[in-house]
Design a binder for this molecule. Sequence first.
Ligand SMILES: [Zn+2]
Length: 265
Amino acid sequence: MKVTIRRVGKWFLWGLGAVVVLFSLYLSIFFFPYPLFPHHAEYAGFSVYSDREIPEDFRLVFDEARSRVEAMELYHGAKDLRIFVCRSQRLFVFINNLAGKRHVGQALVISVAGNAFFSEAMIESVGRRNGGHPAHSRLEGSWSAAIAHEVAHDLVFSEVGYGKARRITVWKSEGYADYSANLASAGADLSYDFRSRIGLFLDDNSWQSAGAFVDRRHFRWHVLVEFLCSVKGLTFADLMDEGVTEEIARSQMMAWYSAPLIDDD
Ligand SMILES: [Zn+2]
């Protein structure tokens, strides 16, 4: 009897050990993915890792990402996310699946680990599909905008904490990340006009005809948050107020858009 109990105890410990090892391996994919990304470089204060050779033009990409990040309201010089570039889509999908995400997007951020994973294939296919339009949006397929978008999500996590950040409604969370990521590049573009962005969003032909842009929903969230922050002057904290709903934001934006421009002459 004594021997059997001892044997069961032994098997239990072995089983427990195996579970601990497997779970540690699982966590290490998110916390210490370095063995899967042997190529490393430091660009503009970002630590960049890649599964294959890092593309040559990435120095410029990160200079641009840096200026996008520095323009963000929530950026106070904190340590940036480590950037993991998946040039292999198989690797990205593997990590995405392990994280329990069903949707395969342009990137995946693991805020608690300080790591963000990017899919070269997804970012570039968005750019090809939309022909780089509309500029200064997530639909143009820009590497620096995709990186800045994930940094913006991460800054929100640091600002309000993980639990609260997960409860932010998707239009605010995605809209704010897109707005923040594109603030610097839109600001530097002399031809940028926010009114015509609303016009573009309202124009059904731009979204429904063949060769139209994809993902009007994300663009709507971006435009709504841009209206609230740039035109109405809301801060991030103001935007998080539960009284600020998508319906209210939309009706205020439409009233502003349809009002005649005041002529000072
Ligand atoms: Zn996002």
